[in-house]
Design a protein around this ligand. Sequence first.
Ligand code: ISE
Length: 331
Amino acid sequence: MTLRIGIIGAGIMGADHARIFTEEVPGTVLQVICDADQKRAAAVADSTGALHVVSDPLAVINDAAVDAVVIAAPDQFHAPLTLACIAASKPVLCEKPLSQDSKECLAVLAAEEKSGRHTVQIGFMRRFDPSYAEIKSMLARGDLGKALMFHCFHRNVAPAYDFRPEMAICNSAPHEFDVARWMLGSDFKSISVFRPPSGGETAPVFMVLETVAGHLVNIEVNISATYGYDVRGELVGEKGTAFLRAPVKADVNLGLQQFNTYPADWRPRFVDAYRQQNSAWVKSINTGKPNLGASAWDGYCSTAVAEAGVEALHSGKTVAVTQIAKPNFYL
Ligand code: ISE
């Protein structure tokens, strides 16, 4: 069985998804690559063997020769295109965030529920990262005792988007909001946001969150860290702690020093996570069985936290996270 995939967006992530399906996920064919910039779409098609190139995303979603859709367009198109996929009954893997506006997420939830089918998966690929998964299993086995705190660092070399601290909260931190919520098994209750006053325009954004179950989570998002792409985390439990371990290719001994290297962006750090996520998505579509990927509900929850975070950034106060009750459809 071959799954015919359409990819909307031929930027950094659209191109990477195209590469992943071509090189690493058997049983798929790239039916079409879509981008407003036809040259960019053609370059991705050339390097991956995709069959067609178009510029209209709706032409992808409504193409009878496309079985499933990946949305890797800019954030503001995620929710409208996801709604179009639901209307066309096409399974969709939508890059994070589902939207930066929780009202748009609610519209997606309502449409998916009305359709009666779970067709939406959000690209929170860290759930598939072996190091997060290992810590989650340790917690489930009780090895670390009860989880108490989760320290998170998320550092980029340079901004991948226009730098505004709001973007650190709405575009970057949703990864931590989702993976911490998934790891700790609890929604968030409140968020406070700080920035070092000495840091200037590109100062890191530092968030402190409390979960409904009473864990503390802190997140540093530093999108101008310059030295490398670096994601860290330490789970603190009652009996012990566990650090995430980034993939290390080699420990180098050279010139009186020992070191290893950092990637320039997130793709090498999360190469396994992306591969496993995309393989699991294809398997789910083929078998009709769910995988551990994030649902539209999870997408909504991380956006609700981000919205409270932006309010906390502006007000300087601790802000309560408000969410609707989880619809039965997502239980
Ligand atoms: C980017 O949009 C991503 O999705 C990356 O995974 C994240 O690490 C980065 O900070 C974001 O800008």
